[in-house]
Design a binder for this molecule. Structure first.
Ligand code: EPU
Length: 312
């Protein structure tokens, strides 16, 4: 990797941004895969993020959004440019009564981990987010890709999303302005989710707890939670299950380098140690081929390549 940097030492001057140069992305992804980011930037405020984007736009520096790195494959050779992750500074949670009886409005910053939000509302006897139990990642990524499970998806509970647009404008989008579909939100190109507002309601605490326990128990039984993974690798095709299709094609346990199709759930790839992005991509290609031959179905990736997460 060339050491020359297009990002000058004073690029971040005066910006509320934590800057790490040549930081291994593997430290920031749930699969523990990924080479060095020329700069890994952790903005601490919206203004820090806005200034960073404005300067990057002016100077033609590429910017990629990593989020929590739980649904992202980062390349082995690393990334030239700036990789942004919204964490500290984007973790505020605010609960307000909504207009209707028993209704609540929960505002959460893009960096809030979804699991924290699920617990936060369950502990207060507020229901609506239970479906998200077990989904890794944070509010920003989950909203941007309309994350979900068989029990629901973000689109069902989102009331509004505050975004920072490519041109630097901050805008609040109402639910009806966002064309959500299966694992997609089609937010304006190049925009970054700053926070989301969820519409929830009071529920029966014991029932909420029971529901969460049931979901957790099911996941523990059916998913390789103890291994490094990135959640579901492929989207479920309409009316079918990617896991079942991969399983029936006889691909469970298939291995490429350090990457393996989980024995427990065929729509998970686990890092058995030393897996590379090219191991994972190779395995994904084998899976797509295998399922096409066996079932005549074309699987579509659910995990995102960091290269496709470019905002500038
Ligand atoms: N199945 C198999 N073999 C396997 C795996 C699954 O035959 O190796 C069968 C199961 O028996 C079941 C069906 O496939 O009949 C569906 O499997 P499962 O219930 O595990 O659900 P899934 O569609 O694979 C979804 C979400 C998960 C979420 C679970 C549980 C998607 C793409 N995935 O999995 O979300 O945890 O439901 O609610 O919708 C994620 O998005 O990253 C994720 C982990």
């Amino acid at each position: 990797m060339a050491n020359t940097s297009q990002i000058s030492t004073d690029f971040f001057e005066g910006m509320e941004v934590v800057v790490k140069r040549e930081e291994m992305l593997a430290r920031y992804t749930s699969l523990r895969i990924g080479g060095p980011a020329e700069v890994l930037a952790l903005p601490l405020t919206v203004e820090g993020l806005r200034l960073l984007l404005a300067r990057a736009r002016r100077e033609g520096v590429p910017v990629f959004l990593l989020g929590q790195g739980s649904n992202v494959l980062a390349p082995d050779e690393g990334v030239r440019g700036i990789v942004v992750s919204l964490r500290r500074g984007f973790e505020q949670i605010e609960l307000l009564p909504a207009g209707r009886i028993g209704g609540w409005r929960l505002r959460a910053g893009a960096g809030v981990k979804l699991q924290k939000l699920v617990r936060f509302s369950a502990e207060r006897g507020i229901e609506g987010l239970e479906f998200a139990d077990g989904i890794p990642g944070s509010v920003g990524g989950a909203v941007a890709m309309n994350a979900g499970t068989g029990h629901g998806e973000m689109a069902e509970v989102v009331e509004a999303v505050r975004i920072l647009e490519r041109e630097g404008e901050i805008r609040l989008l109402e639910r009806k302005e966002i064309p959500f579909s299966y694992r997609s939100s089609r937010l304006p190109a190049g925009s970054v989710v700053l926070e989301a507002v969820f519409g929830l309601q009071s529920g029966e605490p014991a029932q909420i707890r029971r529901r969460l326990q049931e979901y957790q128990e099911y996941r523990r039984r059916t998913q390789p939670l103890a291994s490094l993974n990135a959640g579901s690798i492929f989207k479920n095709p309409t009316g079918a299950s990617a896991g079942a299709l991969i399983d029936r094609a006889g691909l469970k346990g298939r291995r490429r380098g350090g990457a393996q199709v989980s024995e427990r759930h065929a729509n998970f790839i686990v890092n058995r140690g030393g897996a590379t992005a090219s191991d994972v991509l190779g395995l994904m290609a084998e899976i797509v081929d295998g399922v096409r031959v066996h079932a005549g179905v074309d699987l579509e990736a659910e995990i995102r390549l960091l290269a496709d997460q470019r905002v500038l």
